[in-house]
Design a protein. Structure first.
Length: 406
């Protein structure tokens, strides 16, 4: 039944070609969408790896660096809803590839910024292109997933995780060997432009069924969209906290040295990437509702282990469970958003992604504030609450959305 439905949708999307050609188009679109997720992660990993060099180049105080980071946030928050509007008009196929080119080339603005003020402006532009790419490539991922008729969104997110890990680790190693940040950015831009330009015309057109409006149900669907956005906020809040605080936690609480402390983040990130590549099979066998429930429990349990334990090995185990837990929450939420009737998929993805992105970026400073008041273990305990809400409330929301659609 699911395959038949997917085939009917695909027939509407690429009418006039044979079934064999349709399958080839979908497989190619999956490959190029995966490449865009990979280059998205690589570009962001490049940014993350080179932040210390920017700080050193312009001799930035922590407060001044925060302004640069806020510039990136502001650019993304503005561009995400605008990208949703463009996708509604032109489709993700015609937005994702140009956004990928813009995102890659924006790294050059960061590399050649001559002053602190221009660095802030470059960060705004970089964030704006990232927001546009995130919305458009996630919308395209849902189009490809629907055409294939089975869960594949987790693997897309897995390529993002893989790209960010590879870029950050390789650039760190190359800088340690004496390569300048400017040289590395130029080389990375040249590399990233290959899949970005190659993807033009090779993605799928958005299916018409996504943009159909359901009369008289807008209010209910809008409420569901807010709930999904809240879940995305909690999921990416936890993810952002782990990105910025896992190494600090395992050093201060677990007693690891400064040199070994990054292992805390590495364990989390590797398990998250592995979980995403295994997530499609989990969603296919267990279903999206059970996948979300299991993921939330792993997230809450992993943070719980890390908070209770004081030995670095037990904390690392907790971070591994947390990585597996966070891996497939966002993919399930984005896929579910794509199935909401009553508004365009691109607008829904833009709204949910914006709320999730705000959680990703606001989580680390909030944890820092609470740490100053009550200590890091208490602050990290917010992840237990997030995972529990996702496992209980999130599963109910996803079930209702998917039952209403199907």
């Amino acid at each position: 039944m699911q395959a038949t439905t997917a085939l009917r949708r695909l027939n509407r999307m690429v009418a006039g070609v044979t079934q064999r050609e349709q399958r080839s188009l979908v497989q190619n679109a999956r490959i190029f969408a995966s490449l865009l997720f990979l280059m998205d992660g690589m570009a962001f990993g490049t940014w993350a790896a080179l932040i210390p060099s920017f700080q050193q180049k312009f001799r930035l105080l922590p407060a001044e660096l925060s302004v640069v980071l806020l510039g990136l946030i502001g650019g993304a928050m503005v561009s995400m809803p605008l990208a949703g509007k463009l996708i509604e008009r032109w489709g993700s196929r015609r937005v994702a590839s140009p956004a990928a080119v813009g995102f890659a080339t924006a790294l050059l603005l960061l590399a050649f910024a001559p002053s602190y003020a221009t660095l802030i402006l470059a960060a705004v532009v970089f964030g704006a292109w990232k927001g546009a790419l995130d919305v458009s490539v996630n919308s395209q991922a849902i189009t490809v997933e629907e055409a294939m008729g089975r869960p594949i969104n987790s693997s897309f997110q897995g390529f993002w995780s893989l790209g960010s890990l590879c870029a950050a680790s390789s650039l760190g190693l190359l800088m340690h060997r004496g390569f300048s940040p400017t040289t590395l950015i130029i080389g990375m831009v040249a590399l990233l432009l290959v899949p970005a330009i190659w993807s033009f015309g090779r993605l799928l057109p958005d299916s018409a069924w996504k943009e159909q409006l359901a009369e008289g149900r807008t209010s209910r669907k809008s409420n569901m969209l807010w709930l999904l956005g809240g879940l995305a906020f909690l999921a990416l809040f936890s993810e952002g906290v782990m990105f910025d605080w896992s190494a600090v936690y395992i050093r201060t609480v677990g007693g690891l040295s400064v040199a070994l402390a990054p292992m805390g983040f590495a364990v989390f990130a590797l398990c998250m990437a592995a979980g995403r590549f295994a997530g499609d099979r989990l969603a296919l066998k267990a279903g999206p509702v059970n996948t979300l429930r299991i993921s939330g429990l792993f997230l809450a349990g992993g943070i719980g282990v890390a908070v209770v334990a004081h030995h670095w090995l037990a904390i690392a185990l907790g971070f591994a469970l947390t990585g597996f837990g966070t891996a497939n929450i966002a993919p399930v939420i984005y896929s579910t958003t794509g199935r909401l009737e009553g508004r365009g998929t691109s607008a829904g993805i833009a709204a949910v992604a914006t709320m999730g992105y705000f959680g990703f970026l606001s989580g680390p400073p909030l944890i820092g504030f609470i740490t100053g008041l009550a200590g890091l273990p208490v602050a990290l305990s917010l992840g237990i609450i997030s995972g529990s809400v996702i496992a209980i409330v999130g599963a109910v929301v996803v079930r209702r959305v998917r039952t209403a659609v199907y």
